[in-house]
Write a protein that binds this ligand. Sequence first.
Ligand code: XMP
Length: 514
Amino acid sequence: MRVDAVLVLDFGGQYCHLIARRIREKGVYSEIVPHDISSHEISAFEDSLKVKGIVLSGGPESIYAQNAPKINHAILNKELPVLGLCYGHQLLAKIYGGSVEPADKKEFGMVYALVDRPIGVLKGLKAKTRVWMSHSDTVYGVSEEFEVLAHTSNSPIAAFRHRKKPMYGIQWHPEVTHTEEGDQVFHNFLFRVCGCQANWKIESFAQRLIDELKEKIGERKAVIALSGGIDSSTVAVLGARALGGNLSAILVDHGFMRENEVQNVRRMFQGSEIDLITIDAKRRFLNRLKGVVDPEAKRRIIGEEFIKVFEEEAQKREAEFLIQGTIYPDRIESGFGKLSSKIKSHHNVAGLPKKMKFRGVVEPLANLYKDEVRQLAKNLGLLEEIVNRQPFPGPGLAVRVIGQVTEEKLEIVRKADRILNEEILNAGLEKDLWQSFAVLTETMSTGVKGDSRAYGYVIALRAVESREAMTAAFAKLPYEVLERTSSRITNEVPMMSRVVYDITNKPPATIEWE
Ligand code: XMP
């Protein structure tokens, strides 16, 4: 069955991904597409989806900037319902002859919008509703074809609609939770304006992903990198159901795994539909990282080596395809959008060498968020232990040892990591955390052991709460838990002088240190 879908045109706004999430949460499939997508490309979606509307996202540029992202005007003639948000709102106003100017006063943060006409996407909103604003250009006038629906003290036209077409513009950000009636706006747009049915469920998505894999790979063979994390495990099950014995699931032990991790992963898949092959590649990874300190260089090298191992294994098995568990935020943070800037290259994405010996790389989860993957995994019947596993970066502990990676340092960070997570488990806190781990810093510090001065390593502990890793808050772990962890680490791990706790949120920090 083709499900209803709304496409989000990405004008580079930091909240763009939230728009797609809000739509999917309402049971309507949504995908983010480049802002300059052609009308023809939109039609191509029709093979698998019923495109019912489009949303134009916000963006960092002024519509008058030299590189201001544009829209293909033919799209606006497709008679599809359109909702422009922030930059999208200004763009629509300008295209249809309105006046958009730099504001006398920038609007940023919480503002009250006064709803003059509670109709269309604003139906059911209070007369005075709290909204989140973040803009400098402002719409001061719209052409005769439009009518004004709302204003604020600084934006005389904070929302408008076309009199004849299903076209709306809103200056604020309904996708941000600070906007109190944002949900209602999406509800109105999807179900009143676009006439969507809430017929997208992650469960029904599984079969579509399996069918797509069958279609792309056919009778040929594929390999998958299975780390035992939720993403690769889910994609491995999809792969096994699509390809049966033509899929080889390979766990590359790059030597940057946590304590007993390889054995645990093997145990988790014992007797399952996946026949897991383990490759011991510890030596070659460590050799290649000798003398490398730059985090991006580490990621790139690990990514390259990973692919080499895979190419070798694939050749042995005559596999032409590589299946990967890349998910949506990996792509966003690696800078997949034309306009969003790169934060760090996740090794399973941007670290891939340009030329690969595979006929193709397939990423079935590339449009899903972590919580959606968890839902999918549950529905596919994966073990609870896998479904609830914390995310772990592809380059593993190599990006949790700051600077030079050595066997000795890996051993230290492994032990500290195990102790922290044992204490978190004992305190029953694991369910509240997105991730909890230890980082071995490059700093040495003085301590005292027995009667003598000791000079040793500094371990940083990091525990964060998050919904999808795009933002995160440091966990307010009880002091007793931190104290027990610290005391055990300094006692049980050699060469340790000090334990510190990272109290930085994301942003401004990232979750991992490197
Ligand atoms: P950051 O550190 O960017 O991490 O806030 C966001 C989430 O992504 C994980 N992460 C990675 N995953 N390869 C991966 O597969 C990587 O290179 C990588 N770097 C970070 C991180 O653990 C967190 O969950």
